[in-house]
Structure formats: C-alpha cells, structure tokens
Write a protein that binds this ligand. Structure first.
Ligand SMILES: Cc1ncc(COP(=O)(O)O)c(C=O)c1O
Length: 398
C-alpha cells in the first residue's frame, strides 16, 4: 500500500532549525522558530504555570476520561478571558466553547463544522498568512481563497484592497482574521478598521473565523481582543480559535479552544452538539494537563495576578526589542527605513530583504530566518542586537 507513496518536502522551518542546531558558531542568532524567548534565549516554563502544575499534581485523583468538549472549568475560564467576563454574547447565552488540542486543533475543528454546515463556503485567508492555515483548513475539504493584506511598502495593512476583495467575496464566505499580532507580518488592524470590517461582514453576511494565538503579547489582554469582541458582540454568528501556546507558554501541552457564537441559544446548542460529535471523530478527547493548568491560573486570584505579570513582561520585552532593533538598524543602515518594525505587534515582522540576502545572513553571519525574511523578534536579545544590525547592514551593502 505504501510502496508508491512519494516523500514530501519537509517544512523548510524544520531544515532551518536543524541547520541552526548544527552551526557551531557562538554568535549564531535564531530568528526562525516561532516561540517566545527570554533575554537568555530560553523558552522557560512560566512561574505561574509551574506553580499551578505542582498544585495540580498534588491534588489530582484520577486520569479518567474527561469528555469530547474537554474540561468545563477551562472552557468557562478561557471564554471569559477571550471575550471578557461581561460580553453581551455570553450574557445572551449564545456562546459555546470546546477545548481543543492547541490553536491548530481549534482551527481544524472549526473548519470541520463549516464543512458540515456549508460545504460550498470558501475560507478567505490574508496574503500572507501563517503557513499552517492552508493544510489545517483545506484538509477539511474546504476551498480556500485569498484577500490582500500586507503592504510591504509601508509595513502596514493594504486596507482598501482588503475591503475591496471582501466586498467581492461570494455569499456565505468565511473570512479568517488574525485577532492581533498577525503572523507572519506583525501588521494589525486598527480599532476603526475593525469597525469597517464589521460593517462589511455584517452587510455581506460573511462569517468571521478569528484566530487568536497571541492574546496579551501585542497591546494587552483586552486590547488584543478588541476586534474579536466587537465582531462577537455585533454579529449573529462567529467562530474563534484560541491558542494558549504562546501566552501561557504551554506549546507542547496542546491547549486551545474553539468558541462558537450562535444566533440564538438553541442554534448554539445544536452547533455544540455537532462540535462534540466532530471532536469525537478527530481526537475523541483533548489532552487535559495544559487545560487544567490554565483553569487554575485563571480562576485562582494570586496565580492569575502572577500570570498577568508574566504576560506583561513578555509583551514589554518584545515591544522594547522592536524599538531597539529600529534604533540599531537606523544607525547602521541609514539608507533604509525600518521604522515600521516598531509600529507592528507581536513576535513577527518581515525584515523586507530578498531570499539571496536571507541566505547571506545565514551563511556569512549565522543569522537564521525563513526565506521570506520573517523574523521572530523575541529571538533577539540585548547582547546580539548590535551584531544582528551590523550583519543586516553588511548584507544590504551586497
Ligand atoms: C496564527 C497562529 N494561529 C494558530 C497557531 C496555533 O498554535 P498551537 O496549535 O501551537 O496552539 C499559531 C502558532 O504558531 C499561530 O501562529
């Protein structure tokens, strides 16, 4: 059966990771892989997570099954974090939440539901978008389309072109939107742009599918949820896929959730029953460990306060680095304006150099980033910023 299978080309980021690991040069800089790193280049277990985890180990009495919708305490705590505790859709009983294995699991589960509800609806993705959106969403059998998004000339959003494309979207199309900290560009919608997107989606009767993988790492917990909360409040229906990988540092624990806003409590209940059935056929039940940790953090006052401080520290570090990298690049590459990097949010930005220059950065200076020049800002630290800026300046000289 497997004799005729052809090998697929591995994801280039895996090759990049391997090349970085094999590079013996002590000056090497990894801006490739999309995980948060601290000033020491580590991705540590958060102190709040460690504390919640120890308490959990001490009090856990069973590993028995928990059910396809996951941990109800987690689902309730995370929907309140995402939507805000007093969100009108929650008050109206129109929100249903299902735990999923990471943001990826939530995206896939949402796609499976769309496929059941409206198989002819295409899902429109921003150009560019996170590479894994394609297999996660197309894997359910849905057609994918695109709308323009990143404006390389300004480092911002091509907003008029985006609206014009969405205006042409077929009826009942799904629009995938990044809640904040757009991956890979760092270019986010402003609050007034979110309002315009809302008006268009409402008028054209499209379905927003919002991917929130970086809540708290852009401008703040509430600020980063602005667009998601607005759409969930004003539209009859929405889907939100949430990841706890970055803001709780729970990457390998596979912790996330899917939130469905239905037109009425009864419609939401019916959709929930479908989600539960679909989850049962995909992974049966999500892993509990990370979800139990998040539940403890969000519901126990001191732990929550500690976690909020840790998220603030991550956000401040990223924002500080963005300003510092612009300052260093301005000093060494005055012919080119990199100021857009400071205006962007989250971990990623395109440096805006070509693939040949990216290769030169890697081969001559041991600075690793993907070919499209996406860099993980959190991979920089005070100690290597100057080295990085010098390397970019040399590569730009040719
Ligand atoms: C935009 C976006 N969505 C979703 C995810 C899903 O993350 P995970 O499945 O690891 O929780 C990521 C992770 O990198 C992401 O960048």
């Amino acid at each position: 059966m497997f004799e005729r299978l052809e090998s697929v080309v591995p994801d280039p980021i895996l090759g990049l990771m391997a090349a970085y690991r094999a590079d013996p040069d002590p000056r090497k800089v990894d801006l490739g892989i999309g995980v948060y790193r601290d000033e020491h280049g580590e991705t540590p277990v958060l102190a709040s997570v460690r504390q919640a985890e120890s308490a959990l180990l001490a009090r856990e009495t069973t590993k028995s099954y928990i059910g396809p919708a996951g941990n109800p305490g987690f689902n309730q705590a995370i929907e309140q974090l995402v939507l805000g505790a007093s969100h009108p859709a929650l008050a109206a009983g129109r929100v249903r939440s299902v735990q999923a294995p990471g943001g990826c699991g939530a995206l896939r589960l949402g796609a499976e539901l769309i496929r059941v509800a409206s198989p002819e609806s295409p899902v429109l993705l921003s150009t560019p978008t996170w590479a894994n959106h394609t297999p996660l969403l197309a894997g359910s059998g849905l057609q994918l389309g695109r709308y323009p998004y990143y404006d390389a000339a300004t480092g911002g959003v091509q907003f008029e072109a985006m609206l014009a494309a969405l205006e042409q979207a077929p009826a009942r199309a799904v629009v995938l939107l990044h809640a904040s900290c757009h991956n890979p560009t760092g270019a986010d919608l402003t609050q007034s742009q979110w309002r315009e997107v809302l008006a268009l989606i409402s008028r054209r009767r499209l379905l927003p599918f919002i991917d929130m993988a970086y809540q708290g790492l852009g401008d703040g917990i509430d600020e980063d949820a602005f667009g998601l909360r607005l759409l969930a409040a004003e539209l009859p229906e929405a889907l939100c896929a949430v990841s706890c990988s970055k803001n709780f540092g729970l990457y390998r624990e596979r912790t996330g959730s899917l939130h469905l806003i239905g037109e009425s409590p009864a419609a939401a209940d019916a959709a929930l029953s479908q989600l539960v059935r679909l989850a049962r056929g995909l992974w049966s039940m999500p892993p509990d460990h990370g979800a139990a940790i998040v539940q403890a953090i969000l519901t126990e006052g001191p732990l929550r306060a500690q976690w909020l401080e840790e998220v603030t520290a991550m956000r401040s570090r990223i924002r500080g680095l963005r300003h510092e990298v612009v300052r260093q690049l301005a000093e060494r590459c005055p012919q080119r304006d990199f100021g857009f990097i400071a205006g962007q949010r989250g971990m990623f930005s395109y440096l805006g150099i070509d693939a040949v220059q990216v290769r030169a950065l890697r081969e001559r200076h041991h600075v690793y980033m993907t070919e499209d020049s996406r860099m993980n800002i959190a991979g920089l630290r005070r100690g290597n910023l100057e080295y990085f800026a010098r390397a970019v300046a040399e590569v730009l000289k040719g």
